[in-house]
Design a protein around this ligand. Structure first.
Ligand code: ADP
Ligand code: MG
Length: 242
């Protein structure tokens, strides 16, 4: 059964149609890499899945919740969908442990002790147990991004959305973040990730979705679609990024 389903989703910003009828199904445990030129609608699609943007037409279902239904419970939705962006958005005045604990206490209503326990486990999971008491400005970009992932995982989402999470990092820091994603993949986490890391898409993603001008222009098994692109648009895109 699919965990995420988009049916003919149309999204406009004023007169600009950014998603022109997007349909997509993501199965539980599947890893989908979303690729495409800047402006093709990748971030908008992820933001619609998480109800950060309303849509003008079509239907989105996530883990049994009809996101696009009037009066849909967005808090319930966001408890199941974790999202990590290019900018890590950690609270600068809170240390790592408190950054991860915050939503556990405010949203999940955990006790301080319980939240501390979860935070320690999640921070260890991303390999930063020795940085629990550090503040964001004492960490590298890659470490901050790993904390952002830990913070999201602490909420026990059923699906994770990653939007170009390595794009702002110095090249030598990309690997440590991708390694965390690889481990999540091995644990069976369902993931959708917008990425320009084609090697990563090929090795970790089950499926690649190529967006072009607001539509899914081509999709298929990662290995196949990256090796033998079927359309000129995807060939051009790949030759520009590889
Ligand atoms: P991508 O992530 O593939 O680079 P986006 O989804 O960010 O593309 O953007 C798709 C198009 O939608 C772009 O033309 C962008 O300028 C436009 N867009 C995105 N967000 C907004 C917004 N909040 N208001 C108006 N236009 C937007
Ligand atoms: Mg984007």
């Amino acid at each position: 059964m699919s965990l995420v389903s988009l049916e003919n989703v149309v999204k406009r910003f004023g007169s600009l149609e950014v998603l022109k009828g997007v349909s997509l199904e993501v199965d539980k445990g599947e890893i989908v890499a979303v690729i495409g030129r800047s402006g093709s609608g990748k971030s908008t699609m992820l933001r619609c899945i998480n109800a950060l943007e309303p849509v003008q037409a079509g239907r989105i279902m996530v883990d049994g919740i009809e996101v696009t239904a009037p009066g849909a419970d967005h808090n319930k939705l966001r408890a199941r969908v974790g999202m990590v962006f290019q900018s890590y958005n950690l609270f600068p005045h809170l240390n790592v442990e408190r950054n991860v604990k915050l939503a556990l206490k405010l949203v999940r209503r955990m006790s301080d002790a319980e939240a501390s326990e979860v935070a320690r486990r999640m921070v260890a999971k991303v390999g930063l147990e020795d940085k629990l008491l550090a503040y964001p400005d004492e960490l590298s970009g890659g470490q901050q991004q790993r904390v952002a992932i830990a913070r999201s995982l602490a909420m026990q989402p059923t699906i994770m959305l990653f939007d170009e999470i390595t794009s702002a990092l110095d090249p030598e820091l990309v690997g440590e973040v991708l390694k965390v994603l690889e481990e999540l993949a091995e644990e069976g986490m369902t993931m959708m990730l917008v990425t320009h890391e084609m090697h990563f898409a090929r090795t970790v993603a089950d499926r690649v979705v190529f967006m072009h001008e607001g539509r899914i222009h081509e999709e298929g098994p990662a290995e196949q679609i990256l090796r033998e692109p079927g359309t000129a648009e995807l060939r051009n895109f790949l030759s520009a990024v590889l």
